[in-house]
Write a protein that binds this ligand. Structure first.
Ligand code: GTP
Ligand code: MG
Length: 367
């Protein structure tokens, strides 16, 4: 028998391993007609805690296996981390699949951007028909009814895929108006493919498979410890910080991203940072930024949310020239949008974290 929350096979013998449940608890729950969850799901659901020693990592090979479950794919993308969660390595596996793109966490986007604009912006990047793109929020239920209608008219099954923490399980719970599948702030919550049945209006069901998220290594969140990952996860709309840029200034976006402004002209320009509310944005002069960074890391500049040695990380520096209307996206964190430019920026950040210059999702005429 499998855990209904994460899909793993249940077992009674090893309380430190996945799928553990005590024999008595299982018997009691079955007798009471209740859902049966493993100890790990129970901890995440009721105490928001991940039992220690949880060594879950899911690779592209696993994803390939799950893609054999159906030719029809719901590719769940997190709009607050679009470039970190829409990935070429996943797209390369989808050449023979029919894909509906679910742009989840719409509720986190800034007020300035409309749903119509999101759809148009994403369809340009995804190079696909806008009706294959569904702005969605599992939190507010935006888009649930129309996606449900579409899936119910299908005679096929669907498999929901994506990287960790984009909200695959939340989307499926929303579609089924249920909370059976375990949802948590920890990456790697779902452990095996879980078939869920969506009742059709007439008769019969459509099966939607939830699957474990693909682990990545190029999002800022990937280098944070589990507690810091949870703290950085946006709980409300991304916060916008507007910065009037002057020459010889430095902008910190958390302790991990330092942006030195190189442009010579005055006034240099205006940019807007979009990031979760718990990410500290701090402006200072270039000399202080250089001299105090180590001291401020994890104290003034968060995350990290506690004192850490900056030399534990491997760093890189890259130069960008950004025109008005462009955005620089930082995987697993957020983005900066240029209202007035061009801006010449020197960015220092951990080597593994990917940056992408993209057409602006917001503005610049909106500011
Ligand atoms: N703001 C917001 N948060 C969401 C939304 N959907 C999911 N979340 C949150 O995102 C986190 C991850 O959600 P899950 O549904 O567990 O994500 P998942 O993709 O199934 O994750 P894995 O099973 O680890 O791959 C949880 O903290 C959810 O509450 C949404 O539409 N808006
Ligand atoms: Mg999940």
């Amino acid at each position: 028998m499998k855990c209904e929350g994460c899909g793993v096979e249940l077992q009674f013998s090893d309380s430190a391993s996945q799928g553990y449940i005590s024999e008595k608890v299982m018997a009691d729950r079955l007798e009471a007609g209740k859902k049966v969850l493993c100890y790990r799901c129970f901890s995440m659901k009721h105490y928001s805690q991940l039992p220690s020693g949880d060594p879950v990592v899911h690779s592209l090979e696993n994803l390939q296996k799950y893609l054999e479950l159906s030719r029809n794919v719901l590719y769940i993308i997190d709009l607050s981390d679009f470039n970190g969660t829409f990935r070429e390595d996943i797209m390369a596996l989808l050449k023979n699949h029919r894909v509906i793109f679910i742009l989840n966490k719409l509720d986190l986007l800034p007020r300035e951007v409309t749903v119509k604009e999101v759809r148009k912006w994403a369809s340009d990047i995804l190079e696909t028909n806008p009706d294959k793109i569904r702005p969605f929020s599992a939190l507010t239920n935006y888009g649930v009814n129309s996606l449900q209608r579409q899936l119910k008219t299908s005679s096929k099954d669907f498999v929901a895929i994506g990287v960790t923490n984009v909200g695959k399980s939340s989307v499926i719970n929303g579609l089924l108006r249920s909370d059976v599948v375990t949802v948590s702030r920890f990456p790697g919550t779902t452990l095996e493919a879980i078939p869920r049945s969506l009742e059709k209006d007439d008769s019969g069901t459509v099966t939607i498979f939830d699957t474990p998220g693909l682990f990545t290594d190029d999002r800022l969140t990937d280098i944070l410890n589990v507690d810091d990952q949870g703290l950085l996860l946006a709980k409300k709309k991304l916060e916008r910080t507007t910065v009037e840029i002057r020459d010889q200034r430095t902008l910190f976006l958390t302790g991990f991203v330092r942006i030195d402004i190189l442009s010579g002209a005055k006034p240099v320009g205006i940019l807007h940072c979009f990031a979760p509310e718990s990410a500290v944005v701090h402006e200072t002069n270039i000399a202080a930024g250089r001299d105090e960074w180590d001291k401020w890391f994890g104290i003034l500049l968060k995350p990290p949310y506690r004192r850490q040695d900056r030399s534990e990380f491997d760093w890189k520096t890259a130069k960008f020239r950004l025109n008005r209307g462009k955005e620089l996206h930082i995987n697993g964190l957020g983005w900066i949008n240029v209202e007035e430019g061009p801006l010449e920026l020197l960015i220092t950040l951990p080597r593994s974290v990917r940056l992408k210059v993209r057409k602006g999702l917001v503005g610049p005429e909106k500011f």
